[in-house]
Write a protein that binds this ligand. Structure first.
Ligand SMILES: NC(=O)c1ccc[n+]([C@@H]2O[C@H](COP(=O)([O-])OP(=O)(O)OC[C@H]3O[C@@H](n4cnc5c(N)ncnc54)[C@H](O)[C@@H]3O)[C@@H](O)[C@H]2O)c1
Length: 449
């Protein structure tokens, strides 16, 4: 239960205390990311591992001047729910419990999963809202039936209410960890909540299952984030509903392996005014996500999300001599022997002083779900914080976690990881009434500043 005790700070932001349990609802509960996240939190609770990669658990925040030496942990600075307070639920198109699906995902070792078997076996998904038309490589067997998409949304809302009641929960957050759906462009049915609800009743083909989950979450007042690149909550109708219901939303597409590297390296090249001729990125991966992305229609959704990053960071319109003509290609190939242990190669053709060419090669042997799980944890905790602090609609300060950050219409997204981090930390300072940090630094040298 959110506490009646409010904490008020100098800028008058009131944050309700995170008392009681916090529900975490995951469409795609049986997938690699969800099970790595759930098993990971259970392992951390039992002292079997550390929450590495999680800013909320491991990160610190500087407050005031450097001379003050105030660097609290983020989790001690803002009132966040604790991993022990999380209660997991969700949906999948297969009925396996979390132990079985984590074994199948093959990310975490069996010995670790066996240590957690009791808690993981208890966690079972609810039947999903799914249609093969939107994820063509999967054949779901554990599905809801309904005459219209509106009826299916109502069934999800009943699931959510039941989950909250059975677990004695008043607050919850939903994170889409389901498969990447086929590419859809925003259309008229997405333009307002009236047309969207009409579309739900008429089974409009432009309404994908992930939008039905997002709609159900918002109707229940539950914050929603989208970990995949499909539109989901990123349509005007659902942004409008989020604002009307005063619910925070965020998306899209967790920023993990190759794109994380891109948003670390590209800002560095731009900072030093190094030119770019081409960036070729290729990946092999063999998990179920790789299989889904082997379908060109789902890949197109992912490709759009991955391609937008460089254009926004490098700003070719401002630097035509350096970035107006670069070639950017992204490939993903399904290669079963690798499972979740993806391998990514980047060949980057750059040029320097007087146009002399140089190359950078990156070979990232990463583990997709190991990088994604801490993002899910942070999003759950920060979206819950946002709601308790009275923030709603698009949470741009959470861009740090996404390949295609959602922004208000008319704004361009901020992709530079370091600006995103500054934005995130300044938002936390703002919520707590602390001075924002500009990194000016002249005040250490001149008395009058
Ligand atoms: N590093 C990463 O792993 C990473 C990074 C960015 C984005 N993503 C995205 O996150 C999502 C999850 O990735 P993953 O590796 O866990 O994939 P996965 O294939 O292992 O898991 C997806 C799960 O969603 C289920 N599912 C599909 N449609 C559903 C529906 N309509 N309702 C409920 N469940 C449904 C599938 O059965 C599967 O269990 C994917 O869309 C992926 O593109 C992952």
């Amino acid at each position: 239960m959110p506490s009646k005790h409010k904490q008020k700070h100098s800028n008058n932001i009131e944050i309700l205390s995170p008392e009681g349990k916090l529900g975490v609802l995951l469409p795609g509960m049986g997938g690699a990311v969800s099970t790595t996240f759930i098993a990971g939190v259970e392992a951390i609770k039992r002292g079997l591992g550390l929450p590495i990669g999680s800013l909320t658990q491991m990160g610190t925040i500087r407050l005031g001047k450097r001379t003050e030496k105030r660097f609290p942990r983020i989790k001690d600075f803002v009132p966040l729910a604790k991993p022990e307070d999380l209660v997991f639920g969700g949906w999948d198109i297969f009925p396996d419990n979390c132990y079985e699906s984590a074994l199948k995902a093959g990310v975490l070792e069996k010995t670790l999963l066996d240590n957690l078997k009791d808690v993981l076996e208890e966690k079972k998904p609810m039947p999903a809202v799914f249609n093969k038309r939107y994820v063509r490589k999967l054949n779901g067997t554990y599905l809801k039936r309904g005459k219209t998409k509106f009826e299916l949304a109502e069934q999800l809302i009943e699931d959510i209410e039941r989950f909250k009641k059975e677990n004695g929960i008043s607050r919850a957050v939903m994170i889409w960890c389901g498969s990447t759906e086929v590419y859809l462009k925003p259309s008229k049915v997405h333009s307002s909540i009236e047309s969207f609800e009409e579309g739900l009743k008429d089974n409009h083909p432009d309404i994908a299952p992930s939008m039905i989950y997002a709609y159900a979450a918002l109707r229940c007042g539950i914050p929603y984030a989208n970990g995949a690149p499909n539109l989901s909550v990123d349509i005007p109708a659902l942004v409008e509903l989020a604002i009307e219901k005063k619910v925070p939303i965020a998306g899209k597409d967790f920023k993990t392996g190759q794109t994380l590297m891109k948003t670390i390296i590209a800002p560095g090249l731009k900072a030093r005014m190094i030119g770019l001729k081409g960036w070729f990125s290729t990946n092999i991966l063999g998990n179920r996500d790789g299989e889904v992305l082997d379908d060109p229609y789902s890949f197109k959704t992912k490709e759009e999300s991955k391609l937008s990053v460089l254009e926004h960071i490098l700003q070719p319109d401002l630097y035509p001599e350096l970035y107006s003509d670069f070639y950017h290609k992204v490939r993903i190939n399904y290669y079963p022997p690798r499972g979740d242990a993806k391998e990514a190669w980047d060949n980057i053709d750059i040029f320097g002083w007087l146009g002399y060419p140089m190359q950078i090669k990156i070979n990232f042997l990463c583990r997709d779900s190991i990088l994604a799980a801490p993002i899910v944890l942070d999003l759950v905790l920060f979206l819950d914080l946002a709601q308790r602090a009275g923030l709603y609609g698009i949470q741009e300060w959470l861009s740090f976690y996404f390949k295609s950050p959602m922004v208000r219409e008319g704004l361009y997204p901020e992709h530079d990881l370091f600006i995103q981090l500054m934005k995130l930390k300044n938002t936390l300072r703002y919520l707590r009434g602390e001075e924002l940090i500009t990194h000016l630094g002249l005040d250490y040298y001149y008395d009058h500043i």
